[in-house]
Design a protein around this ligand. Sequence first.
Ligand SMILES: [Ca+2]
Ligand SMILES: [Ca+2]
Length: 181
Amino acid sequence: MANAYLVSKWKIWYKSLDVNHDGKISKADVEESRNKFSELHELNDEKKALISENFDKWWNLFIFGGNLDAEISEEEFVGKLNKEFSADKAKFVAKISDCFDMFFDVIDTNKDRSISEEEFLYAFKAYGHENVALDKSFFQAYGPKGGLVPLKDIVASWINFATSEDASKDDVVKKGFDSGV
Ligand SMILES: [Ca+2]
Ligand SMILES: [Ca+2]
């Protein structure tokens, strides 16, 4: 059983994935995030197709458990994470690592293994977090050097967010969401 602190973070994560803010996670959230992301980056058709494939793959694999037509409630989402976490913590952390590796690999559109402020803002906007000032201070919390944050640092922060039960440990992602992002 995960502690209350980690469960509270999973609930924040759930909310962040409810892109259209209708209280549930469904295919509509996949479509909206994918379309917005393509629009913001002004992708050509070829790149759009690739992004589309990668978005579907990520949601399908890590959120929908193979059934993209499912609707997922917060209770189901948290229950599934809790079950995996409780069954085998090392395996759970490995899966979450894969999850965020793949996620930010898509967000890193120019493939320089860093996340720029623009890439960060486009990702958050695509996921329905459109307050640019808050998104920007979230990004700045990573202490970018030359405007960039290494991909591995961003990924590590999200792994910490989704797996750590230690409330005394600094959590830049939780702080970002707590700020209202
Ligand atoms: Ca939704
Ligand atoms: Ca990049």
